[in-house]
Write a protein that binds this ligand. Structure first.
Ligand code: SAH
Length: 349
């Protein structure tokens, strides 16, 4: 197999059209091939049954398709499924299917490893090896959609970019993947069912706000006190909370969409009144809601889930200020599939 052939899924429809023109083919073939690639998820040129055999062969001589494959599937006793997904170059990322009574959510990865340094996250301990391509992101969605149909008799309903990596640091491929997932010539899913979760990179949030994609934005806040956030998420020293707030206000101005803050409460870290007051004050500046997520231990010996009382204090303070707050129970903990636990551990090593 030649590795010099270009992956056809790196081409836009216009570029495929150019290729067909060059070889003297009708340009409408580009639309057909594009649909095979992005709507029908063909992984071989031979699957493209409305394309002549000769042309399929020619395509195969010029290009390759590099699909991902599931290396290992683990099922949690709460129904959550974790896939170790192998990329064509041998790198592995993880994607998770999270079923509830009313929905099936795909949690997808955007990078191999992560370049950020959140001290409570297992993925941060892996070096960032590379960005995923749009095709590798879409493949994860397609795999989870198939699993949802197979195991739960219903299609995938929601997608969250909360797997490995920082989606806004793989900006172009993430945007391209979102387009392929939402466009009618792709998977045709509703953008409001997609959430991009970011650790909070102001410039990139503003860029995303300008895209008119209509996807939701979640920000991993975890503290609205600069001095605390800078310790638990050291990279954020470069991005003061005032800059983050400015970018969120710009987001709201451009999209009219409320922001979700993800927030873990840890004992001794952010469980005091001043932490709660700071969060309330921050939230009041922008239409937002708060998802309190349970801490999933990564055996760091530093962080521990705060007491129920501390979490209740947060809930009371937020609610009395009319800020919507949800408490998210974690899922898939027994197979290391919960938030912050994705680190390519299989339980066998
Ligand atoms: N880089 C993106 C997306 C990946 S993390 C982001 O930071 O948003 C997805 C969510 O899991 C984030 O809210 C993150 O803060 C949270 N998370 C990380 N480690 C965790 C842990 N050990 N327990 C619970 N949630 C965690």
């Amino acid at each position: 197999m030649s590795t010099t052939k270009k992956d056809i899924r790196k081409l836009s429809q216009a570029e495929i059209e150019d290729y067909f023109k060059e070889i003297g083919e009708k340009s409408f073939r580009a639309k057909q091939v594009y649909e095979w690639l992005w709507k029908k998820n063909a992984h071989q040129f031979d699957d493209m049954t409305n394309i002549s055999k000769a042309l399929r062969e020619q395509l195969g001589e010029s290009f390759q398709i590099q699909p991902v494959e599931v290396d290992l599937l683990q099922k949690s006793n709460d129904g959550t499924i974790k896939n170790a997904v192998k990329l064509h170059d041998g790198n592995v990322v993880e994607s998770v299917l999270i079923p509830t009574d009313s929905r099936t959510t795909a949690c997808v990865s955007s990078q191999v490893g992560c370049s950020l340094d959140c001290t409570f996250c297992a993925t941060a301990q892996l070096k960032r090896m590379r960005n995923l391509t749009a095709a590798e992101i879409v493949d994860q969605v397609v795999i989870i959609d198939e699993e949802s149909k197979r195991y739960f008799n219903r299609p995938l309903s929601n997608i969250v970019f909360m797997g490995m990596g920082e989606p806004l640091l793989n900006y172009n491929e993430v945007i391209s993947a979102i387009k392929k997932i939402t466009l009618p010539e792709g998977l045709g899913m509703a953008p409001r069912r997609i959430t991009v979760s970011t650790s909070g990179i102001p410039k990139m949030i503003e860029k995303l706000a300008d895209e008119d994609l209509r996807v939701n934005l979640a920000v991993s806040l975890h503290s609205a006190r600069e001095e605390v956030r800078n310790v638990i998420m050291p990279f954020s020293v470069k991005f003061p909370l005032t800059d983050l707030m400015d970018s969120l206000q710009y987001w709201y101005q451009q999209t009219g969409l409320r922001i979700t803050f993800e927030y873990i409460v840890w004992g001794g870290v952010n469980d005091k009144k001043e932490d709660i007051d700071a969060l309330v004050k921050f939230c009041r500046k922008i239409p937002s809601k708060v998802n309190i997520i349970e801490y999933n231990s990564i055996d760091d010996g530093i962080y521990k889930q705060a007491s129920e009382e501390a979490v209740n204090n947060y809930i009371k303070a937020l609610e009395s200020n009319n800020i919507v707050v949800n408490v998210r129970r974690s899922r898939g903990k027994d197979i290391d599939a919960a938030c912050g636990q994705l680190a390519n551990k299989t339980g066998n090593d």
